[in-house]
Each structure stands twice: as C-alpha cells, then as structure tokens.
Design a protein around this ligand. Structure first.
Ligand code: PHE
Ligand code: ZN
Length: 868
C-alpha cells in the first residue's frame, strides 16, 4: 500500500550546492533499447561544502554500471531508485577530483518524453526541469553550471545527423557502420539546457551578420518531407535576432544556432543552448496547412525561445521557485516583439487585447482556484505543475509594470544593469528587482508583493462628480481574496492609467499610484460630468469593480481613444447583458454597427470588439455557475447580434476578401479574421441561406485559415454539408499530422447543437479512430483536453458524463505521460464555483481519480489540491 504523504519542496529551504561541476564530458552511444552514457566530470567543492560531506547525485530509471574517482574504481557509494550517494571522497572532497560514471537508459520505453526518448525513429531530449537525471546521475539543479563536451555515437545509416549544444568540433567514422560527432558548448550551463538530437533529419540554413559584424549560421532541422514548411520559422528567427539587438542590445553569442522540430513533445518548445527543440506545431507552416493563428504563434514561440538565450541561459534561475525570472521576462519580451511586428500603433493595441484576453480567460481562473500561487511560488510538490499561466502570463504582466513605472528607457537601464551584474550566474527574482531599482534610483520594496502574493487584486472604483465645485473625486479601494496558504494580503503597488472623458473631449491621461488600501484623488476644473476610463491599456493586472452605467460604457465603446478600453467597454456591456439573460438592445447594436462601419478601425480590432467574452471568463463573474444557462444566454445574445447586423455581416464578408498571393501579415490576417467572424455570424443568423457560401469557401480556399474557418462554421452550427466537408478535409490532409490534429480538435470542440448527437459520444468515437494516438501529446490534447477544457457546454452535463470521461482519461494518460495527464487534471480546478448537480459530480470524479493508488506525483498534487 502506498500511503506516504506527498513530498513538498519549499523556497525558503534553498541551500547552495555542496559540490559543483567544472568540465563535463559525455560520451553517449545511442541505442533505442540500451543507450550507454559515460560521464567524466570535474568536481569542485560548492558553496555549502563541508569537509567529508558525501556527494548526492540524482538519477531516475537508470541502470547503474560503474563508478570511478580519479581513475580508480570506487566502492563507497549507495544507490536508491532516485539517488547515488558517494562517500569517502579524496581529500574529504575539499579539492578538485574527477568522477566517472557509466549508466544505461532505455529511450524506446520512455513515453514521459522527459530525458532521452525516441520519436518517429529519431532521438530527442527534454531536460527542463528535471529530465537530465533520466540520462545520467548528476547534480541536476539549475545553480550547478558546467562546461559540456559531448560525443554522440550511433549507426550512421539510421542516424546520419548527430546534434548537441554549441559548436561542432569533429565528426568521425567508426567501425561497424557507426559514426560519431563531438560538440562543445563554450558557455557554462545548467543541466536543464542540455540537448541532443540524432536521426534522419534535414535542414534549411542561412548565414547572417549580427551587430558586431560576426557571421552566424542558422539552421532549422526537420524530417525531410517537412523541409518546405520551415521558411516562416526561419524568417521569424532572423527578425527576433535583429529585434533583440535593437531593443535590448543583445547579440547572438554562438557561431551556430539550431532549431529542431519534433512531433512528440510535452510543451511548446525548449530553449536548450544553441539547440532549441520545438513541437512541430510551432515550426511548420505553409499557407495551405497553417492558419494565421499558427503563423503568429510560430513567430512568437521562435522569438520566445531565442530570447531565452539571454533571459534564461546567460542569466539563469538559482532554483525552480524563480522560474518566472526567466519565463515572465521572456514572455514580456516576446509579446513586445510580436507587438512591434504588427507594424502600427493600432496593431500593437490588437496584440495587447489578445494577450489580456488570454490572461483573463486562463490566468484569472487559476489565481482564484485551488492551484493559485504567486508568480514566485513558495511550495511545490512537482515542479512540472508550475509551468503555469501565472508564472508565464502574470509574470509577464509584472515585468510589464516595471516598464510602465520606469518608462522604456528606465526599463532598458535596468536590463543593462541586470546583465552587467549577473551574466553567467544563476540568480533570483529579487536580483532582477534590485537591478531595476538600482539602475533607476527607485525604491521598489512594495512592488515585491507582486512576487509573493497570489490572487488577482480587485480595485473598487467610486467616482463622484460635484457639479457645484466642478470637481471629480475618485476613491479607489484595493483588496485581494484569500488564496491557499495566504489568508491576509498586503496592499499591492498598483499603477492605473486613467482618463476623464468629457463632452469637450479634452482627454489627458494620468497615472495614479494606488499603494494603500484606499486612496482618494480630486480632479479640479472639470466642467461637465466626466466618463471615467480606468486601467487603460490594462496597465495593471487587476479586476476593476466599477458599476458604470450602460450609457457611460456606450460612450467609452464609441469614443475612448484608448483602444484597449474601447474594447473593454464593449466586453463589459455584453458580459452584463449575457449574465442577466438579456439580448443586446438597440443602443448596443447601433454602437456595434458604428464600429463595424468605421473605416478608420482595423479589421482585426473589429473582430475582437464583436467577439463575445468566453464562457470561462463569464463563469468567473458568478457566485454559482450554471454552465448550461450561461451557454444558452450567450448563444441567444450572439444570434441576436447576428440577425440584427445581418446586412453588415454580409457586406463585411465581401469587403474583407484577401485575393492574391497569401500573406500572413497583420493587415491580411485581420481581414480574414473579420471575414470569417462574419461568416460564422451569418450561419448563426440563418444557416439555410448561408451554409452554401461556407461550403463554397471551404472548397475554393487557397489557405488553411479560410478553409478551416469555413469548416468550423459548418461543424459548429451542425449545418448541412458539415459531414461531407469533414470527410473531404480528412482525405486531403491525411498525411499531415498537424492538420489532422485540427480535424480532431474541431470535432471535439463542437458545442451542443439541437438535433445532433452529443459531442461526448462523438469524442468517444474519435478516440477509437485509427489515427488517434494517446501517446502523442498533440493528438491526445486535440481530442481529450480540447473537449474537457475548451468545450464547456458539452463537457458540463448535468448527468456527469463529461466528468466520468475526464476521470477515465486522466487515469489512462497518467501511466503514459504524467505531465500531459496533470494538465488534463486541471480541467476540474474550479469545481467549487459550480451549482448543483455539477459541483457534486465534479467532486465525485476528482475523488475517483484521487483514490487511484498509483498516481504520479504530478496528478496527485493537482487532484489533492483541488479537493483540499
Ligand atoms: N522553457 C520552455 C519555454 O517556456 C518551456 C518548457 C518547460 C518546455 C518544460 C519543456 C519543458 O520556453
Ligand atoms: Zn520560456
């Protein structure tokens, strides 16, 4: 019986390493069934060293073969399933010595996709956070930074390409058809940045000259049949390199930079030094097979991983509690890069709205649920569970606040000081804050609460206009609900951009600093009652609690010069009406119409303004969620919008065609987004009339955005011809795994449609489809996660059938891949928010999973915190 309590790791228990590593030599003979890893490591006393201290290495699923110290066999050691403890070190460990270890691992049996594994016959590694210990016994922690020299050996016919970090030193032919390659990485790095790749791959390459005049070789490695899909990733990489030079003065530091695509991958991509490994989803794109969203995602993920070379690799994390140090900062950098790529101020605003929408749909619920944690957590059981939207997206908002506070130049000064102080080191979030503070001579001590406290702050707004004295008084009160382990919160330092909009339209933006629980500001010489525009451009990641009249919201929607708040006013109006089960009234319809017809607004903005708040966001506004009621109210609201504006939708559909050769830039993708929203609205208005137009678009489309959008409109509405088009789509793209993922995901995300069978039954059939593979994360997610996490109205059924499917799926995935299972497990996080009978049924499903005796630590942490 396994009843031991789960082990927790605590931030405050950090100790520097007892031993540390200098040079590391790895000799790896690759064999799917039995890979032999020989390591030769220079060991030195670390910062916690005491004479005589044993050295504790970690290893997982390894077969131990031998251990030598300074060339001699060493017998004073102990092995447990996860550790190798070495005693009686020479000179009590006080001086440098050499450790040699031989061990064996089995890549072909590795379905967790952590450590060394096989995908489609090729070898890949994934070491962040703690995968290196599945390759060899090691000090597998980010504050042990070593220099690596790696020799890979493999049969040449099967594995012609052998890659690792850094520069290629030599290649050799070996007996029996084997060959070898030796790579050296000149920069010290933690083990989580190690990578190797071996197999039948081909690359496109480019040589570029960077700011110092150095020539650099860029390569993108893929399976041969995918070679023509790499251009966009290469262009994105080149743009990222130039942008980082210009904006932050940061240059590529290696002679060669490689990206490799792999079809089996747990996450998006990984920033291994000089050898980034990517999920194929974030590399491969061609207009015929990738949507505009795919193109944009590839651009931002390529940039993100490239930017890690400085923020993550040159300066890394002291321990995993500091994860947001590299992730929050790097997300902020990739968001800024993508915003700049939009090519205009209005484009930047579109990107900002998209980023905030994501934050509020995913991170706000996390921050209000059982897994809520500060961007720098204090405790975890399984670090893999902390690659969260909080650490990434909220972390990025926190970094953005420095820039709002210090200005772009001040922020740049802080970054420069950060690198000056910490290049080559493993540091903490406090070090980053100190660099920002010192470079700008600012006291940022209260800002630290953003790192230590979980939960989304709420700012209550009370605005009073005093007509007699021509004064406007604004009182702001902040609070933050309790989160696990944090009952009381200290006030945050919240900077809010505000503007008072009056009839005279004399808008002057101001920055208010809310540092106490309550503060009042008085504005003088306000001639008329103003409309308050607050938290412009989402300057702080908070919830604004403001009972603004519909009239004022309509004013903001039609005339706020801050595009973010213009969008926000529309979202709020729609949200309030949907939650009150109302249809859009004529005032709102007219405001929407004006936006749609405004020639000065970007199509991309119009599309965002007319897209209703997601169900998951609506849930968070309720005390007790009835998912079917919210779904019904939202659908009716949308139908009304579709019908009332039918003529406009039809006109927009015609006006926003993008003839000519396909371009994935902001303007063209914005037009397609608006056109395809129009198409979907038209099907809402009258599927009989408009379905033929969707079928036609599906057939004649020359790009995936349009083809997929037409198919989605047909499927989502259960329109005539949907089944035939689905079949046609499958046949056309049967050989393209990423497109087939879309085919699965689309069917799993269909909401309930009257007269059609339940999506759950459809999903169960898809799971039996010959192309379904539970072991492949992209495929598993496209069916199971999409259904459980992105299709609320189909998932939340009163009979609990969705939850039973969830439990069964978590338990099926867990023994294969705990990380993928644990992500799915999170789909029930918010169970306490739901009304009966949903709540009890969700709880029962959680209990069913929790009762399993063989759960991974990953899933165990998620379900026990959910129930706790
Ligand atoms: N560090 C990667 C990134 O954000 C994410 C990742 C984490 C990938 C863990 C794999 C494993 O860029
Ligand atoms: Zn990252």
């Amino acid at each position: 019986m396994k009843t031991e309590l789960a082990q927790s790791f605590r931030r405050l228990e950090y100790r520097p390493p007892v031993y540390t590593f200098g040079q590391v030599e790895l000799d790896i003979a690759l064999d799917p069934a039995r890979t032999i890893v020989k390591s030769k490591i220079e060991v030195l006393p670390g910062n916690s060293f005491e004479p005589g201290a044993p050295m504790v290495l970690v290893g997982q699923e390894l077969e131990f073969v031998s251990l030598r110290i300074n060339g001699e066999a060493h017998r004073r050691f102990e092995l447990t399933p996860e550790t190798l403890t070495i005693h009686s070190l020479p000179k009590e460990g006080a001086e440098k010595f050499t450790l040699e270890i031989i061990s064996i691992c089995v890549p072909e049996k590795n379905t967790s996709l952590m450590g060394l594994y096989v995908s489609n016959g090729n070898f890949f590694t994934q070491c962040e956070a703690e995968g290196f210990r599945k390759i060899t016994y090691f000090l597998d922690r980010p504050d042990v930074m070593a220099r690596y020299r790696v020799t890979l050996q493999a049969p040449e016919a099967q594995y012609p390409v052998l890659l690792s970090n850094g520069n290629l030193l030599k290649e050799e032919k070996l007996p029996n058809g084997w060959h070898s390659a030796t790579w050296e990485d000149p920069f010290p790095k933690p083990s989580y940045l190690f990578a190797l790749v071996a197999g039948k791959l081909e690359c496109i390459e480019e040589t570029i000259t960077t700011s110092s005049g150095a020539k650099k070789l860029l390569q993108i490695w893929v399976e041969p049949h995918d070679l023509q899909k790499t251009r966009h990733a290469m262009d994105s990489l080149i743009a990222s390199i130039h942008w980082d030079e210009k904006r932050f003065g940061l240059e590529l530091d290696l002679e060669r930079f490689m990206i490799v695509a792999v079809g089996d991958f747990n996450m998006g991509a990984m920033e291994n030094k000089g050898l980034n490994i990517f999920n194929t989803k974030f590399v491969l794109a061609q207009p015929e097979t990738a949507t505009d969203a795919d193109f944009a995602n590839i651009e931002s993920v390529v940039a993100h991983e490239y930017f890690h070379n400085w923020t993550g690799n040159r300066v890394t994390c002291q321990d995993w509690f500091q994860l947001s140090l590299k992730e929050g900062l790097t997300v902020f950098r990739d968001q800024e890069f993508s915003a700049d790529q939009m090519g205009s101020e209005s484009g930047r605003a579109v990107k900002r709205i998209e980023d905030v929408r994501l934050l509020r749909q995913l991170q706000f619920p996390e921050d209000a649920g059982p897994m809520a944690h500060p961007i720098r957590p204090d405790e975890y059981q399984e670090i893999n569970n902390f690659y969260t939207v909080t650490v990434y997206e909220k972390g990025s908002e926190v970094v953005r606040m420095y820039q709002t506070l210090l200005g772009r130049d001040g922020f740049r000064k802080g970054m420069d000081l950060y690198f000056q102080r910490h290049d080559g080191q493993a540091v903490t979030c406090d070090d980053f804050l100190a660099a920002m503070a010192d470079a700008n001579g600012k006291d940022l001590s209260q800002f630290k609460n953003w790192y230590s406290q979980a939960g989304t702050p709420r700012v209550k707004v009370d605005g009073q206009y005093d007509a007699a004295n021509k004064q406007y008084r604004l009182t702001l009160t902040q609070s933050c609900a309790p989160t696990p382990g944090q009952a009381e919160k200290k006030p945050f330092h919240i900077r809010l951009k505000v503007c008072l909009i009056t009839a005279g339209n004399d808008q002057v933006e101001q920055l208010l600093e809310l540092t106490e629980s309550t503060q009042t500001w008085t504005f003088d010489h306000i001639e008329d009652r103003p409309v308050l525009s607050i938290n412009r451009n989402f300057s702080a990641p908070v919830n604004i609690d403001f009972e603004q009249s519909e009239e004022d919201l309509l004013t903001l929607l039609s005339s706020d010069d801050d595009p973010f708040n213009r969008w926000e006013a529309g979202q709020k109006l729609a949200m309030q009406m949907i939650l009150n089960n109302r249809l859009p009234d004529s005032a709102l319809i007219n405001a929407y119409r004006e936006i749609l017809l405004d020639p000065n607004l970007d199509p991309a903005f119009k599309e965002l303004a007319l897209t209703l708040p997601a169900e998951s966001y609506l849930y968070e506004q309720c005390k007790s969620v009835d998912p079917q009621k919210i779904f019904a109210a939202r659908i009716s609201f949308r139908k009304e919008l579709a019908k009332q504006l039918q003529l406009e939708w039809a006109a927009l559909y015609q006006q926003n065609q993008t003839p000519g050769p396909f371009k994935s830039d902001a303007i063209n993708s914005g037009k397609r987004a608006l056109k395809n929203l129009a198409l979907s609205m038209l099907l809402d208005a009258d599927p009989k009339i408009w379905a033929p137009m969707a079928r036609n678009q599906f057939q004649i489309a020359d790009n995936m955005t349009d083809r997929y959008a037409a198919l989605a409109a047909l499927v989502m509405h259960g329109a005539k011809g949907a089944a035939e088009c689905l079949e046609d789509f499958y046949k056309r793209f049967a050989d393209d795994a990423l497109v087939i993922d879309k085919w699965f995901a689309l069917q799993s995300s269909r909401p309930p449609v009257e007269g059609l069978e339940s999506t759950l039954n459809e999903v169960k059939r898809l799971r039996e489809h010959p192309a379904f593979k539970l072991n492949n994360p992209n495929r598993a997610r496209s069916v199971i996660h999409v259904f459980c996490a992105n299709n609320p109205a189909s998932f939340h059924q009163a009979d609990g059938s969705g939850y039973a499917f969830w439990a069964e799926s978590v338990l099926a995935l867990d023994p294969i891949n705990p990380q993928v299972a644990a992500r799915l497990a999170r789909a029930l996080d918010r169970w306490r928010l739901f009304a009966e009978p949903y709540q009890s049924k969700m709880k029962a499903a959680l209990e069913q999973v929790a009762a399993c005796q063989t759960l991974s630590p990953d899933v165990k942490e998620v379900v026990s915190k959910a129930l706790g």
